[in-house]
Design a protein. Structure first.
Length: 163
């Protein structure tokens, strides 16, 4: 994982999640509030574990409707429904990739004990595939990414129309 200095399988779905974080970060910049300042400080922390923990808490708070909206700047309050839906969408991506890997287990290299395990790092698994297997796996990954983009755009348009 990135916060542990290990390689990760980076996909377009990761870029979509980054978009959500940039959107939130920019909205937090619009007006000072104690909560916004706290989130910004934690998201800008030099310690990656702090950033990771903060992101996990923020995602869970949005998904579970636990964000104290009274403490947020107006720009963030208006974006709460959009951010919630986008974070919900992003939360499905690791599961979708794990499912794709599980469906293509026959393309994966064997683990140290002779068995493939999902616990192996996804990027190591992908890089260990020979070219033929990678050519078979990549279209499924590309399809997942295209579906994610479509879903993201649908959410953005639907929420924009509500503003």
């Amino acid at each position: 994982m990135w916060w542990q200095n290990r390689a990760v399988l980076h996909t377009a779905m990761d870029d979509l999640e980054s978009f959500v974080w940039v959107l939130l970060w920019q909205a937090l910049q619009t007006a000072p509030s104690k909560m916004a300042a706290g989130w910004l400080a934690d998201l800008n922390d030099a310690r990656l574990k702090t950033v990771r923990f903060t992101k996990i808490v923020i995602i869970q708070d949005f998904i579970q409707n636990k964000v104290p909206k009274m403490a947020l700047p107006r720009a963030v309050k208006k974006l709460c429904p959009l951010l919630k839906r986008l974070f919900q969408e992003c939360a499905t991506y690791p599961v979708q990739i794990d499912d794709l890997i599980a469906r293509n287990v026959d393309l994966m290299p064997e683990g140290e004990d002779g068995e493939f395990t999902l616990e192996q790092e996804k990027s190591r698994i992908f890089m260990a595939m020979d070219e033929t297997h990678r050519d078979q796996f990549v279209p499924g990954l590309e399809l997942l990414c295209r579906k994610a983009y479509r879903s993201f755009l649908t959410i953005l348009v639907e929420e924009y129309q509500k503003l």
